[in-house]
Design a protein around this ligand. Structure first.
Ligand SMILES: *[C@@H]1O[C@H](CO)[C@@H](O)[C@H](O)[C@H]1NC(C)=O
Ligand SMILES: *[C@@H]1O[C@H](CO)[C@@H](O)[C@H](O)[C@H]1NC(C)=O
Ligand SMILES: *[C@@H]1O[C@H](CO)[C@@H](O)[C@H](O)[C@H]1NC(C)=O
Ligand SMILES: *[C@@H]1O[C@H](CO)[C@@H](O)[C@H](O)[C@H]1NC(C)=O
Length: 239
């Protein structure tokens, strides 16, 4: 019985909301967003309005006279298409986040579509740092960290691969991509992505050169032997 009640409840819920859940939309701060009514056949209506969750009529359209009335506070940054009935909002700010509903008014009121709009900033630049790198045999191993905002991956590069490869928090993702030439760290959210890169060829070749320059320190060892020898000789003479 409980299941039946739940089903009836869910049916009424979807029926009341017009068979549609909120449609999530992400917009980058400062950008425009176009909201469509998502349907070809509207019920008979006298007025169509786009309203926000503060019950403000952002725009009202009167079918009889084809008159479009934008809300005074949206006047300069709203476009309404009186054929498709879509709403375009410009220069979106974080405070514009919220629900936007298209509603027709006639013999009865009907919600046509509801969008859940989230206005978010572009992601911050990720930063790749090398913690250590060395050769084992002929393959170059690199321990590195990628950081961005509150995300961080410690990883190790070996044989053109790295792991772990992905971390996420809420809507942000940090993704590693490793190849023969590079380590790429990609920071993304639903509206943007940015990357940082390490050139493996450069890093590992330089390291190899450093290793080979180590062998060139041998002459200084010879120099020490020479100095010690001379000192012994000098002491020998002095005594
Ligand atoms: C490199 O990372 C691996 C695992 O990620 C770890 O076991 C190893 O100790 C690290 N090596 C250095 C030199 O930091
Ligand atoms: C990541 O690596 C750095 C440098 O090797 C180390 O100091 C740090 O503790 C590591 N963090 C985690 C969460 O493993
Ligand atoms: C970074 O990630 C985003 C989102 O997943 C993707 O669209 C983009 O192509 C990626 N960029 C690179 C360089 O991999
Ligand atoms: C990586 O560095 C090497 C050596 O400096 C250079 O030849 C190569 O073009 C670089 N690769 C990329 C993708 O920048």
């Amino acid at each position: 019985m409980a299941v039946l009640h739940l089903l009836v409840f869910l049916f009424l819920l979807t029926f009341k909301t017009g068979f549609s859940a909120d449609i999530p939309v992400f917009v980058q701060t400062g950008d425009s967003v176009q909201l469509d009514i998502q349907t070809q056949k509207l019920p008979e209506f006298d007025f169509l309005s786009w309203i926000n969750d503060k019950s403000k009529n952002i725009v009202r359209y009167i079918r009889g006279t084809k008159e479009v009335k934008p809300h005074s506070s949206y006047k300069d940054r709203v476009d309404f298409n009186d054929e498709s009935f879509s709403l375009t909002l410009k220069n979106m700010q974080k405070t514009d986040s919220g629900l936007y509903t298209a509603r027709t008014t006639g013999e009865s009121d009907k919600n046509i579509v509801t969008y859940r709009v989230s206005v978010i900033d572009a992601v911050e630049d990720p930063v790749l740092t090398v913690n250590s790198n060395w050769f084992s045999g002929n393959s170059c191993t690199v321990n590195f960290t990628c950081r961005a905002h509150d995300l961080k991956i410690n990883s190790s590069y070996q044989n053109n691969k790295c792991s772990p490869e992905e971390v996420t928090s809420q809507i942000n993702t940090l993704l590693l991509h490793c190849s023969e030439e590079s380590i790429i760290c990609n920071h993304s959210n639903p509206v943007s992505w940015k990357k940082d890169r390490i050139n493996i060829t450069q890093l590992c070749v330089n390291n190899k050169e450093n290793n080979s320059s180590d062998t060139k320190t041998e002459p200084s060892l010879q120099l020490w032997t020479y100095i010690l020898g001379t000192m012994c000789l000098f002491l020998g003479i002095a005594s």
